[in-house]
Design a protein around this ligand. Structure first.
Ligand code: BGC
Length: 490
């Protein structure tokens, strides 16, 4: 039996509804397939720590461990007004952040939907759309502005950064697939789209959402040592020490002390791209093979919101093909890749009815499939298993950062749709951390390492990082590797 964590929903299977032995057998098969034992979690975590180290080495590894050039912890006393632009996986957000200097802040923001076709269109289309959204925000809140406004851009994709004002996209993730951006610095691309439209905004810093989450959460809660995103994609950031980053050897300007802190955007969605550690299934292999970037983001593809629905869809199709479920039904809708999203699983997991009536309506309305009670019991159990596997595996990354930095106690600020909306994720994650660290039945509130709801990294975090960067610039301190300092004031 797979450990579902303390607040797992009651098991309907075997209660009111009769489950035929054939379905029962299939459920048991999936319990074994998707279950991740404590021993497995510990082993994966061990390998994860080694891979984090490898990513920092000169030779590098699968996990990029991108140096994020945030070289200070916030003091909480930061002040000022900063523009922030957030391009995540699903929406686009433009915000103005006001830091009050006492660990509090105010935010004014507008959200824009990211049309699906923008994600696979051309670079010109993408940057044009993004710049237009910034333009709308400026028209609304800074009408007539002529002086250039400073903006921090949260670009939540893996980037190599020589300084905080620079970011070469290593590869698209989360289903984006736009030619002509990978391998290029995205800051000048966005800047020219802004300039062409005469929008008085200077993109002065580029950050990842995890770095923003780390800094925003630390700004309000100094116990925060990690920033994580469990959303469309998955990733985390933490602070390391410059002298412990071998790949920076010889590149760091003299005014950055070897003992200085430096935020690292791990990009650990790429963990186990070699497929040697994670308990992969044929469904994970199929999903990867048919994704825009096969053999990349292996860890992310098993746990992120972007793929949870697809994993369920592949299992259901396989069961249909094996003649075990949906006999005689038209499954054409279910045959569409990515037709199911993580919200679909969430709704099933929180179906309050003993006979899973909400699940029945979902299948009927969204997929045109009429289900019987035992099929629904099976689907429900599959969602629990896929959701639990995601939560448990997610914690290997958090535990690995904590072990690597010998953290005895810490908060990991977490954000993202899976963390915030997926039922039981938090409880399952806490259970997994307790398993990895042998905390037994210690109440979750006493766990030395806790994953807690983060402050808004892409907004507040961007604001605080802009303030930290401005301060460094004003005191003539470096903000990148030798020779890469930018004039933050221009
Ligand atoms: C990206 C990361 C990002 C994460 C969460 C991943 O797909 O590569 O840069 O932090 O998603 O948004």
């Amino acid at each position: 039996m797979v450990n579902l964590g303390p607040k797992a929903p009651p098991q309907r299977r075997g209660s009111l509804c009769y489950i035929p032995p054939a379905i029962h057998e299939r459920i048991e098969h999936y319990e074994k397939l998707f279950g991740v034992s404590t021993e497995q979690l510990k082993k994966i975590t061990e390998h994860f720590v080694a891979e984090l180290d490898k990513g920092l080495s000169k030779e590098g590894g699968s996990i990029p461990m991108n140096v994020a050039w945030v070289l200070d912890y916030p003091t909480g006393k930061e002040t000022g007004k900063y523009l922030a632009l957030d391009m995540g996986g699903t929406n686009l957000r433009v915000a103005e952040i006001i830091l009050n200097g006492d660990r509090t802040f105010d935010v004014v923001q507008s959200k824009y939907h990211m049309p699906a076709n923008t994600k696979t269109s051309s670079a010109e289309n993408l940057w044009g759309y993004v710049a237009d959204c910034v333009g709308k925000f400026i028209d609304q809140y800074h009408e007539g502005a002529t002086d250039q406004l400073m903006m921090c851009f949260t670009f939540s994709y893996p980037c190599t950064q020589e300084s905080i004002g620079h970011g070469v996209l290593q590869r698209w993730t989360k289903g984006f697939d736009i030619d002509g951006v990978e391998g290029h610095d995205v800051v000048p691309m966005l800047q020219s789209a802004l300039d062409e439209r005469k929008i008085p905004v200077k993109c002065a810093a580029l950050i990842n959402d995890t770095t923003g989450t780390l800094v925003a959460s630390n700004y309000v809660d100094p116990r925060t040592k990690m920033g994580c995103i469990f959303g469309t994609g998955c990733n985390a950031a933490y602070y390391d020490v410059v002298k412990n980053i071998p790949k920076l050897e010889g590149l760091v300007p003299d005014d950055i002390s070897p003992d200085s802190w430096c935020a690292i955007n791990c990009e650990y969605g790429a963990f186990d791209n070699e497929h040697v550690s994670l308990p992969r299934t044929k469904f994970d292999d199929h999903l990867d093979k048919h994704s825009p970037r096969p053999n990349q983001q292996s860890f992310e593809k098993m746990i992120a919101g972007y793929t949870l629905g697809e994993i369920l869809r592949l299992v259901l199709l396989d069961e249909f093909e094996g003649g075990n479920i949906f006999e005689g039904q038209d499954i054409s809708k279910l045959q569409q890749p990515y037709v199911l999203d993580a919200a679909f699983l969430s709704k099933i997991e929180t179906d309050p009815w003993e006979n899973l009536m909400d699940t029945e309506a979902l299948f009927s309305e969204e997929l045109g499939i009429e289900t019987n009670e035992s099929e629904r019991a099976m689907v429900h159990r599959l969602c629990e298993l896929i959701g639990t596997r995601a939560a448990r595996l997610s914690m290997c990354g958090v535990a690995a950062m904590a072990k690597k930095m010998n953290m005895e106690s810490a908060h990991a600020g977490a954000d993202g749709s899976v963390f915030n909306k997926y039922p039981y994720f938090k409880q399952r994650a806490a259970r997994a951390l307790a398993d990895i660290f042998d905390w037994g039945d210690m109440p979750a509130e006493d766990h030395p390492i806790k994953v807690v709801a983060a402050e808004d990294g892409s907004g507040v975090g961007a604001g605080v990082i802009a303030a930290l960067t401005k301060k460094r610039y004003e005191s003539h301190k470096s903000i990148g590797i030798k020779g890469s300092n930018l004039d933050f004031s221009k």
